[in-house]
Design a binder for this molecule. Structure first.
Ligand code: HPA
Length: 248
């Protein structure tokens, strides 16, 4: 049976008031991870706040390996993740919801694999995000009337600083559509752990240099706060849809 988890990003702490969440502490070789669990239509739904309950982990200090191992060891099979991003495209304005389809890894110094065996792991990334979960999300978004842009290339930087305009121009030339700081290595560690993983990105701003405004974390947080409930409802509807359509 499938077991679903949601990974929330910036501002997702506010989702904790949406249900009676129970704390579940999972130990991994890389440290302990606090998961949350609540009843959802007769089954347990797991929630992981990537930045911690007090937003205490900045992008480069998130324990990506421990997070993914904790979810996998807890029996999770399917992960719906949310990420804040800057848009590299004028036609994808702030507040757009975007389903990621591919990535470029521009991080450094982060764990590259789960390190579970002494053998080298070569994870296939030819379809980096789960095709089945992506289809489920697209069909669900159409059904519930939540606009979801169907594909985008996500470029992940190390952060925590935002990009320079020259970096943004370069990333655009490379074929990236959106830029964020926390989607990798999470996505490919989930693949290595054999979990299905899909990610909905929320555009919180145009990337540096695309408009005249400076990027401020408070603005990113404000948009995420507004949009998190919508994404959460999209994920819950997608889980309901997947349970009623077991082929997906
Ligand atoms: N760059 C990187 N990460 C982000 C941005 C951005 O412009 N906006 C929200 N997360």
């Amino acid at each position: 049976m499938n077991k679903y988890a949601i990974i929330g990003g910036t501002g997702a702490e506010h989702l904790l008031s949406s249900a009676e969440w129970e704390d579940i502490l999972i130990s991994t070789p890389y440290g302990d991870v606090l998961l949350k669990e609540a009843d959802f239509e007769g089954e347990k739904l797991t929630l992981l706040l990537r930045h911690g309950e007090q937003h205490q982990y900045p992008p480069h200090l998130i324990n990506y390996r421990a997070n993914i191992l904790a979810l996998r060891n807890h029996g999770v099979t399917d992960v719906f993740a949310a990420n804040a991003v800057g848009s590299l495209r004028i036609d994808l304005p702030p507040e757009s919801l975007i389903l990621l389809s591919d990535f470029i890894d521009f991080t450094h110094g982060r764990p590259l694999d789960l390190g579970e065996t002494s053998k080298m792991t070569h994870t296939d990334c030819s379809e980096p995000y789960s095709a089945e979960l992506r289809t489920t999300l697209l069909e669900t978004s159409a059904e519930i009337g939540t606009p979801l842009f169907p594909r985008a290339v996500y470029l992940c930087t190390n952060g925590p600083r935002y990009e320079s305009p020259a970096e943004v121009r370069l990333f655009g030339e490379w074929g990236a559509d959106v830029v964020g700081m926390t989607g990798l290595p999470e996505a490919y560690l989930a693949r290595e752990a054999n979990m299905r993983y899909a990610c909905v990105a929320v555009v919180t701003n145009y990337a540096a240099g695309l408009d005249a405004k400076a990027i401020r974390h408070e603005d990113v947080e404000n948009i995420m706060r507004q949009k998190n409930q919508e994404i959460f409802e999209l994920f819950l509807s997608a889980i309901r849809f997947a349970k009623n359509n077991p082929s997906q």
